[in-house]
Design a protein around this ligand. Sequence first.
Ligand code: NI
Length: 255
Amino acid sequence: MFIDSHAHLTFPELKIDLPEVINRAKAANLSAIINIALDDNALATSLKMAEEFPGYIFNAYGLHPHDASGWEDEIAQRVRALAKEKKIIAVGETGLDYHYRLSPIERQKEIFRKFLQLAQELNLPAVIHSREATKDTLAIIHEENQGKLQGVLHCFNGDMELAKQALDTGLHISFTGNITFPKAHSIRQAAKEIPLERIMIETDCPFLAPQSFRGKRNEPAYVAEVAKQIAEIKGLTVEEVAEETTKNTRQLFKI
Ligand code: NI
């Protein structure tokens, strides 16, 4: 059984036929989906989805670095309330994205720090996004880690410096469908080096469909493609990768 450890089920592309999306995920042997809600509307829909598919859809809530300028202190209060009611299993995604710079860098850093503090206060794992921001991501992780930071570096891009230090800090590394892209040599090389007990798999759907579905809408069922690629790289069976990544995900998110 697989788990898609990072999906955005509330995006319109997936929301329109969610029951079919979930049926196909079940048919593809997924035992759970971690849904990432990134705003108020997405959160409301996500909470309903989790009620509709109990024990199958689990939610994380945060503010994408793109939207860091939209931070309000209310968000922290909402995260605390959701954690208390056990309606979220992680904080995020949060982090730094210097590729698009849709929010000013200083603001992204400030909000990333807030989320890492919140995660530790609430004893929840953090889902971390880092794009073209390795140095600052690592600096903030080191500065904010009070020794109890848990989490995952999601949508790993192949930067081994980032991976090594993240692993040293105790974080997990999660691979998406981009590991299957022909040019993704550095991502595949990283998957070879990173120990399986620290690896999780995800789709980040509706984005980043794996090579065999490239250009199409991505969905949780395709997470098997990521497992297949990792199995090939590590000389393991898909079942071994499925079992271990599922165990890692269940342990980290306590589900
Ligand atoms: Ni995402």
